[in-house]
Design a protein around this ligand. Structure first.
Ligand SMILES: C=C(O[C@@H]1C=C(C(=O)O)C=C[C@H]1O)C(=O)O
Length: 473
C-alpha cells in the first residue's frame, strides 16, 4: 500500500479532492491497473449504527459489528470491491485477493487512527461449500465505499473508491464529495432520524426431529465414529401482514442486551441479512499477538446470585461439560501448534456469563511467528469442535444429514482484516437469517457420550432466547 503524505482535513474541499484524484489516476495509468484509494478522517463522536441506519439501503452490502463492553463498533456499507471463493482453498484464495488489492492501494490520512485505511469485511460459511441458492457465498469479501468506526472514544471515517486509468475524475470527485457530506451530515446536531419499519415477528415453525437426531448421533458416538458433534435446530419466524423485519432495528436491541457479545449484521446486497449477538471470539490478531478461546459447555443463569453461582459451580464440575470444552481446547492446540505458535492459557476453564446462559471458557494467547498470518490461523481453526465436532472430518461429514437444513453462515467465521494484517473474527452464533418478513433462527448444542436428547433440546431453547427476544421486540 502506498501512503501519500496528504492531510485530508486540510484539503477537505472539492478542488483539492479533484487534484488528489487526478494524482491517483496518474498512478493507475503508471501500472495500467485500477487502484483502491482510501481516505481516512478523524471525525466528531458518532454512533456507527446510527450512521448505518441513516444510509441503509436494503440492496447494498453492509457489515456491522459492535462490542459495547469494549466501547468498539465498526460499520461499513456499499461494496467498492467484492470477491468470493469456495472450496477447501477459500482462505488462501481470499489472502491472495487481499494481497493483490493492497499491493496497488493508495492511502491518505492518519494511518495510526483506530480502524484507519481499507478494511476487508469477510464471511466464511460453516461448510467449505454452500448449497445452491443459499444467500451468502462460502467465502465472501467486500471493501466498503464508506466506513465509520468507534474505538477508545475516537471516531474514524474512511471513504474508499476505485480509480482506473480511464476514470472520469470530475464525476468521481462529485461522488466522493457527496459521500463525505453524507457522513458529515450524520455527525451534525440536526442529524436525521430513520423511520425503520416496525415489523415484529410472531409466527413460528420449528424444524422437527432434533431429539431423534441427537439419539442417532449418540449411536454414532457409541459406534466410535466420532467423540463430539454439534447439532443445531432452526426455527422460522414470520411477521404478520408481510411487514419486513429490519436487521438494524433488531441489532439495536441485541447490542443493548448483550454488551459483552459481538452484535453483528451482515447484508448480502440482495435483501438478505445475517444478524446475531455472538459470545464467541474465533480469533483476534493485534500487533502480531493472536487471541482465541475455547468456549463450550452451557448452563442457565440463576434468578438470584446464589442460584446463579450454584449453577456455575455445577457446570465447572460437570464431567460431561468439562470434557466437551476440553475437546475444543485440545483441538485449538493441535491446529495452531504446527504453525509454530507457542500458546498460553489458564490450566482450568472459567465461566463466561451472558444474559441468558453461562459457558465454560478458556482464553488462549500466542505471538504470531514470522510469516504466519491471520487467515493461516483461521483456516486451521475453523470449524472448532465448539461448533463442528471432533475428530473434525468424521463429525462434520454427518452434520448436514443429521440436521436437515443448510447452515449457511450459522457457526461460520465472520470478521474483518485491515491493511496491516490485524483483524478479528467471531463465530456466527445466536444468530438469524433475515429475509423480508421472514427470519430463520439457529441454535445448537454439543453432543458427547452421556448427552441427553431432552437436555440438549432445552439448551438450544435457552440459546434461542437471545435472538428471539430481540426479534419479538
Ligand atoms: C453451537 C452453539 O454454541 C456453542 C456450543 C456450546 C455448547 O455446546 O455448550 C456453547 C457455546 C458455543 O460454543 C450455538 O449457540 O448455537
Amino acid at each position: 500500500m502506498t501512503i501519500l503524505p496528504i492531510d485530508p482535513t486540510a484539503n477537505a474541499n472539492p478542488v483539492a479532492l479533484l487534484d488528489f484524484l487526478e494524482q491517483c489516476r496518474a498512478m493507475a495509468v503508471a501500472i495500467n491497473r485500477p487502484r483502491l484509494v482510501s481516505i481516512t478522517l478523524e471525525v466528531p463522536a458518532l454512533d456507527p449504527l446510527a450512521v448505518l441506519e441513516l444510509i441503509f439501503e436494503p440492496n447494498e452490502r453492509h457489515f456491522y459489528v459492535e462490542r459495547p463492553a469494549e466501547n468498539c463498533a465498526l460499520a461499513g456499507a456499499e461494496a467498492v470491491l467484492e470477491f468470493s471463493a469456495r472450496g477447501g482453498q477459500r482462505f488462501a484464495d481470499c489472502q491472495r485477493f487481499i494481497d493483490s488489492t493492497l499491493a496497488d492501494a493508495i492511502a491518505v490520512g492518519d494511518q495510526t487512527a483506530p480502524f484507519a485505511g481499507p478494511h476487508f469485511f469477510t464471511a466464511y460459511s460453516f461448510f467449505n461449500d454452500t448449497e445452491p441458492g443459499e444467500p451468502f457465498e462460502s467465502a465472501g469479501i467486500f471493501v466498503p465505499r464508506w466506513q465509520v468506526a468507534l474505538a477508545n472514544g475516537r471516531t474514524t471515517a474512511v471513504a474508499n473508491f476505485i480509480v482506473t486509468p480511464d476514470s472520469d475524475i470530475t464525476a468521481l470527485t462529485k461522488k466522493v464529495w457527496h459521500a463525505h457530506q453524507k457522513v458529515a451530515e450524520a455527525a451534525s446536531p440536526g442529524m436525521g432520524k430513520s423511520t425503520l419499519p416496525r415489523g415484529l415477528a410472531t409466527r413460528a415453525t420449528a424444524t422437527a426431529g432434533y431429539r431423534a437426531a441427537v439419539s442417532r448421533a449418540l449411536e454414532l458416538i457409541a459406534a466410535g465414529e466420532f467423540h463430539k458433534i454439534v447439532l443445531a435446530r432452526a426455527i422460522d419466524f414470520a411477521a404478520p401482514d408481510a411487514v419486513p423485519l429490519h436487521p438494524l432495528r433488531i441489532l439495536n436491541g441485541l447490542r443493548q442486551r448483550f454488551a459483552d457479545c459481538y452484535s453483528f449484521s451482515l447484508a448480502n446486497g440482495r435483501g438478505q441479512s445475517f444478524i446475531g449477538a455472538s459470545p464467541e471470539r474465533l480469533l483476534r490478531v493485534r500487533d502480531r499477538r493472536l487471541l482465541t478461546e475455547a468456549l463450550a459447555g452451557s448452563a442457565p443463569r440463576g434468578a438470584s446470585a446464589s442460584e446463579d453461582a450454584a449453577l456455575g459451580a455445577t457446570l465447572l464440575h460437570n464431567e460431561k461439560d468439562v470434557r466437551e470444552q476440553r475437546h475444543v481446547l485440545d483441538s485449538i492446540r493441535r491446529r495452531l501448534e504446527p504453525l509454530g505458535l507457542k500458546l498460553t492459557h489458564p490450566a482450568q476453564p472459567g465461566l463466561r456469563k451472558l444474559a441468558n446462559v453461562q459457558h465454560l471458557h478458556t482464553p488462549v494467547e500466542a505471538p504470531l511467528p514470522d510469516g504466519v498470518r491471520l487467515l493461516d490461523a483461521l483456516a486451521r481453526l475453523h470449524p472448532t469442535p465448539a461448533v463442528g465436532g471432533t475428530p473434525r472430518e468424521a463429525a462434520v461429514a454427518r452434520i448436514r444429514e443429521l440436521e436437515g437444513f443448510p447452515r449457511g453462515l450459522y457457526a461460520g467465521a465472520i470478521g474483518w482484516i485491515d491493511a496491516h494484517g490485524n483483524g478479528e473474527f467471531f463465530v456466527g452464533l445466536r444468530s438469524a437469517l433475515i429475509d423480508g418478513p421472514n427470519a430463520r433462527l439457529y441454535a445448537g448444542a454439543g453432543i458427547v457420550a452421556g448427552s441427553s436428547p431432552e437436555k440438549e433440546f432445552e439448551e438450544t431453547e435457552i440459546k434461542f432466547r437471545a435472538i428471539r427476544d430481540a426479534l419479538l421486540g
